[in-house]
Design a protein around this ligand. Structure first.
Ligand SMILES: [Zn+2]
Length: 150
């Protein structure tokens, strides 16, 4: 594999590579490894790879958790409710017509947008060295379930 000379490439969890926030988020949203931009980020729908196939950057310790669905609901909720209210003011439509318009739009848009948004969240966490992406584990991992230091 050849590497462009002006590109900073991380092997493993190298803590001292450049991590521009916007580029990392954009690469994640495009299903690319935030570190190198060439390996795939997802192996299946919403399932990130454990390690980047191109550069070996570890991805298994991301913690996107509930943020991607929260962002989808936040954005899509405003768009759909706003669209419903606008069409309801402009046209007199029965409820079933509104449901036939807005339910499919909501479901399809949510399914299409959640993986890019999750990729963006993983890119954000990588850029900010969160959750082990900088080479250091989060501190709570050093404690067991009872709160004692491991
Ligand atoms: Zn990579």
């Amino acid at each position: 594999m050849s590497t462009p000379t002006n590109e900073v490439v991380s092997y493993g969890d190298t803590p001292d590579v450049e991590r521009p926030l916007g580029r990392s988020i954009m690469r994640g949203m495009l299903n690319r490894c935030p570190a190198c931009g060439s390996g795939k980020l997802f192996r299946a729908f919403l399932k990130p790879v454990d390690h980047c196939a191109a550069c070996g950057e570890a991805m298994y310790h991301h913690r996107a958790d509930d943020l991607p669905p929260y962002l989808v609901i936040l954005v899509l909720g405003h768009v759909v409710v706003g669209g419903f209210m606008l069409t309801d003011m402009a046209f007199v439509l029965p409820v079933w017509v509104h449901l036939a318009i807005w339910a499919p739009i909501t479901i399809i848009t949510a399914l299409v947008s959640i993986q890019p948004i999750k990729g963006g969240v993983i890119g954000l966490q990588w850029a900010l060295k969160m959750h082990g992406f900088g080479g250091n584990d989060d501190e709570p991992d050093d404690y067991d379930a009872s709160g004692r230091q491991a």
